[in-house]
Write a protein that binds this ligand. Structure first.
Ligand code: SF4
Ligand code: SF4
Length: 163
């Protein structure tokens, strides 16, 4: 079986709470389906799994640049070419869904890793806080809150549900 990257969003969030100066490395695949601009795995995962998919999405309404929209599955997509980094969406989101560092225009390029490259993949894992990111040979397992973001990436997070 192919190896997949398992990213534990709960541990990543804890690591950021424990150290507010923490600079998380960013991993990206250029080939992901909705990767307009330099869209990172963390952003894709948060909009897919952490976001509560509000029916009237205040984040979309407040955005002055029309940079946010919902896809047919109700998942928010941010157009990085339109976003002006005002962070209004971060402020208005009632659930604190977004991590503000998505919205920096001038991000530290040393922290970006192209995960299609085996060497950069290893460097990315080493640069992440211990225990947050690993390579596994398993597949998604909703019983353990592990979901498939794409063929190469598994995300561990707690899904919001009203059931
Ligand atoms: S940070 Fe970007 S996406 Fe968010 S409200 Fe501002 S322009 Fe829109
Ligand atoms: S306001 Fe927050 S939780 Fe609601 S759709 Fe927007 S990002 Fe998701």
């Amino acid at each position: 079986m192919n190896q997949r990257l398992l990213i534990d969003m709960t541990k990543l969030r804890s690591a950021m709470v424990e150290n507010s100066d923490l600079k998380l490395p960013e991993g990206y695949f250029y080939q992901t389906s909705n990767a307009n601009g330099l869209k990172t795995i963390r952003e894709l995962a948060i909009f897919r799994y952490t976001c509560r998919k509000c029916e009237d999405a205040p984040c979309i309404a407040v955005c002055p640049a029309d940079a946010l929209e919902k896809d047919e599955d109700g998942i928010i997509n941010r157009y990085t070419n339109l976003c002006i980094s005002c962070k209004s969406c971060v402020t208005i989101c009632p659930f604190g869904t977004m991590m503000t560092d998505f919205f920096r225009h001038h991000r530290n390029k040393d922290l970006f890793y192209d995960l299609n490259d085996k060497k950069e993949l290893e460097l990315f894992i080493d640069a992440c806080p211990p225990g947050t990111v690993s390579l596994v040979e398993s597949d998604e397992n909703p019983g353990e809150n592990i979901y498939r973001l794409n063929d190469k990436v598994l995300i561990k997070d707690y899904l919001y549900t009203t059931e």
